[in-house]
Design a protein around this ligand. Sequence first.
Ligand SMILES: *Cc1c(COP(=O)(O)O)cnc(C)c1O
Length: 226
Amino acid sequence: MSTAPASVIAANLARARERIAEACARANRKAESVTLVAVSKTQPAAAVAAALAAGQTVFGENRVQEAAAKFPALRADWPALRLHLIGALQTNKARDAVRLADVIESLDRPRLAAALAEAMRKEGRQPALLVQVNTGDEPQKAGVPRAEAEAFLRACREEHGLPVRGLMCIPPLAEDPRPHFEYLAGLAARHGLPVLSMGMSADFEVAIACGATHVRLGTAIFGARG
Ligand SMILES: *Cc1c(COP(=O)(O)O)cnc(C)c1O
């Protein structure tokens, strides 16, 4: 695979910000109410640097190891950089995740909640946490099943004392995403959670109409992954 040139990444970012602003306008929302998370998984550090140079500060990565290899050096040059971990997280990576991330979007099971709580104590660092909900109850997909979401949210806050700020979902590929986004927005509202990370390159405008505060765009910014 070839990496998109810096000028293409800058143009893609400008276009994405425009489309976000237009979707916000249609939903009677302020453009500033939606944060663009540029998903840089599989992209080289140079592509992230190009996005940073074009004014993008918030990035998403799937794998702790890949994030650890790319981001500490970039952070040194760009103190405003914010990193979201958006991929399935193994408990044995909890400590590295807490050290690296500003937001962890993939909290989805009790053992991970316990591991993150312990890692936060040890590291003295508290990334914001989002609970990932498997809104389609797909067996192969990460995320807490719908039926367990409410109890899990309560356990995260009450048993583990975790700073849960919101929810994240990845709707089933072949379905209309709107009912999934609406479900997630309703769940967040019932629990007083301000952050809703939903919407990717193919469906972020629908997500914004449903109340997304964070949209996660990979291919729309960096081009196709190899
Ligand atoms: C890869 C990925 C994205 C970005 O997907 P695109 O379709 O490339 O925009 C968003 N969220 C998660 C969790 C991902 O793994």
